[in-house]
Design a protein around this ligand. Structure first.
Ligand code: MRU
Length: 357
């Protein structure tokens, strides 16, 4: 998608380095950062220079390429692949991408391993782009249906950033929105700010602006009243891990939005590529929920009147704070899942039908 009119993907390999858009600096600075070592990739995932389930999967895949470039030694590659998986615990895409890379590389001799790893990392990213595009084509039908009934702007609420910046391109939750916009359907997006890191305000609103899609940032607690007033036609969010029974783990606050949607008969969709499905864990209680540094809550960052980035403490200095990064929305509150293969019920049967598992 575009930034200042120029097309980008979120990650690419060029001249032996991996290039990323540093998302900790958006929306105030657009900085392309180079990852040169596997430790750079691990750190970029940890500090969230790259974030969003599909993108951290793609970064982990390229992280293995960087490990091979540094030291073409299987023990070194394996040790770092394990560290990549641990770099963030909740999104299943990290493990999915690393497992796929390591399976591809097992038994390959050392003079071929770099080329094969590079091809596979590129393939993982190209596939994600294609899957996200298909999610958009499938989800467009839902927006079109609402528009055909309403004959007026379709108001869509989203939480966090499941946009192109969270994937390789297109996004998951935003892909149907981009497709609707390209087709000339009038859409307006309510963007949850998404405390504490403000991915909605800093990233979703930013990327929608760049594509000239009308959007309004709201505080995370505003969605409920908007739904009561009939000002939300549908919700679409992304997911970091979807269980085979249709339960969905996503950015903290998603669950409360789903409850409000349920109470107000607003359809609540979750968009995902199949790389986000965890076919092993059966119980949502077993999903590792990331707890991040409480500084993300107690401090806010922004630019001052001199265009300088500043970080400020906003809590009483003696207060404790707790920063759980994800929650689980039970399948019963999810209207449908939108995947690259089509739309299905958020249930074991629904997912089985689409994915033949
Ligand atoms: O902590 P983040 O910013 O990585 O969380 C991202 C989300 O919660 C997204 O909704 C999810 O990864 C899906 S991205 C298509």
């Amino acid at each position: 998608m575009r930034i200042e009119g120029k097309e980008y993907r979120t990650i690419w390999y060029e001249g032996k380095v991996v290039k990323i858009i540093d998302q900790t600096k958006l929306p105030h600075r657009f900085i392309i950062k180079e990852l040169k070592t596997v430790k750079d990739a691990i750190n970029a995932i940890k500090v969230m220079e790259v974030r969003g389930a599909p993108l951290i999967g793609g970064t982990a895949a390229y992280g293995i390429v960087l490990a091979i470039q540094e030291r073409n030694d299987f023990e070194f590659i394996k040790k770092n692949s394990e560290e990549l998986v641990q770099s963030r615990p909740t999104a299943i895409n990290l493990k999915w991408a690393v497992d796929r890379m390591m399976k591809k590389l097992s038994g390959i001799n050392s003079d071929q391993i770099l080329d094969i790893a590079l091809n596979e990392a590129k393939e993982i990213c190209d596939e994600d782009e294609k899957f996200c595009e298909n999610i958009g084509i499938n989800g467009l039908r839902i927006i079109e249906e609402i528009y055909n009934k309403k004959k007026d702007t379709v108001n869509i609420l989203t939480h966090c950033n499941a946009g192109w910046l969270a994937t390789i391109n297109w996004g998951t939750a935003t892909s149907p929105i981009y497709h609707a916009h390209k087709k000339g359907i009038p859409v307006h997006v309510w963007v949850d700010e998404t405390r504490p890191r403000n991915q909605g305000a800093n990233l979703t609103s930013y990327e929608l602006n760049e594509e000239e899609i009308p959007n309004t940032i709201i505080a995370d607690n505003t969605g409920g009243i908007l739904m009561q007033r009939g000002e939300v036609d549908m919700c679409i969010v992304g997911t970091d891990r979807t269980l085979s029974n249709g339960d969905v783990c996503n950015k903290i606050g998603t669950y409360l939005k789903a409850l409000a949607a349920h109470d107000n008969n607003v359809p609540f969709y979750v968009a995902l590529p199949s790389s986000t499905i965890d076919w092993d864990i059966k119980n949502a209680k077993d999903i590792p929920i990331e707890e991040r540094n409480s500084e993300e809550l107690s401090h806010v960052e922004g630019i001052d009147e001199n265009d300088e980035i500043k970080k400020l403490l906003i809590y009483p200095s003696k207060s404790k704070a707790m920063n759980l990064a994800f929650d689980v929305t039970p399948a019963k509150y999810v209207t449908n899942l939108i995947t690259e293969k089509g739309i299905c019920e958020a249930s074991t049967e629904g997912l089985k039908k689409l994915f033949n598992k």
